[in-house]
Design a protein around this ligand. Structure first.
Ligand SMILES: O=C1O[C@H](COP(=O)(O)O)[C@@H](O)[C@H](O)[C@H]1O
Length: 241
């Protein structure tokens, strides 16, 4: 695990953008495309905007395929739809072609949406292993990541696929990558900032004993790649070192 801690959010975002650019260009050199999984929530918006402006000439965006690690079960026009934020912040500004964007289809029932998305990514990878070049993740102050929420059924799903999950505390369905699918990625990066995440960061990273039911982000442990945590001082404030 690689732990990177920054004094300010702009410093963190600049470094994370450079990290993404490096992985993207390596993937494009080696395989002529970059399979990039976006995270939702509020944290990544400024990063996406930076990539689409300051860093827009650093990647050949026509070679990038965009995916979503999880989705809220709302219509695509709803302000909470993770895809809508990404569309506004990065996909539209960079004029990404429709066939390079894999939105999760929430006009379908959650279970069906998960099945269809798994089919779509399987087709994209042409029957090969579902190994993404980079999966970006956020983390909630309850230590959920993607839509792997504490105590939910999806935490026990051992399949490399998407799954639908009912999140009791939010009284809502979500559609999400399972932990085994995330763990197949070549690179996984957490983007976490703010004081409200400090306790969860400490539990996930420093708990002497793992408790993945309580702290689902502990399930993220890529098989071949590495996991890098991009934290600001506030989110890292309770860490021992
Ligand atoms: O619900 C979600 O929350 C997490 C964390 O979001 P943030 O707003 O605290 O940054 C996010 O990673 C996930 O994609 C999203 O669906």
């Amino acid at each position: 695990m690689n732990l990177l801690i920054y004094k300010t959010q702009p410093e963190l975002l600049e470094d994370l953008a450079e990290y993404i650019i490096k992985i993207a260009n390596k993937a494009i050199d080696e395989q002529d495309c970059f399979n990039f999984v976006l995270t939702g929530g509020n944290s990544p918006k400024a990063l996406y905007e930076m990539l689409a402006t300051t860093y827009k000439d650093k990647i050949d965006w026509t070679k990038v395929y965009f995916f979503f690690g999880d989705e809220r079960n709302v219509m695509p026009s709803h302000e909470s739809y993770n895809g809508l934020m990404a569309k506004k912040a990065i996909l539209d500004p960079l004029n990404i072609a429709e066939d390079h964007i894999f939105y999760i289809d929430t006009t379908l029932a959650p279970e069906k949406a998960a099945i269809e998305y798994t089919k779509a990514i399987t087709k994209h990878f042409g029957g090969a292993d579902l190994v993404f070049d980079l999966i970006l993740l956020g983390m909630g102050d309850d230590a959920h990541t993607a839509s792997l929420f504490p105590g939910t059924t999806i935490l026990n799903n051992k399949n490399v696929e998407l799954d639908s999950v009912f999140v009791e505390k939010l009284s809502t369905w979500r559609i999400s990558f399972t932990a085994p699918l995330i763990n197949k990625a070549k690179n996984v990066a957490f983007l976490v900032f703010g004081e409200s995440k400090a306790q969860a960061v400490k539990q996930v990273i420093e708990s002497p004993k793992k408790n993945t039911q309580l702290y689902p982000a502990q399930l993220i442990n890529p098989i071949d790649g590495g996991v890098t945590w991009f934290l600001d001082d506030a989110a890292a404030s309770l860490l021992d070192n």
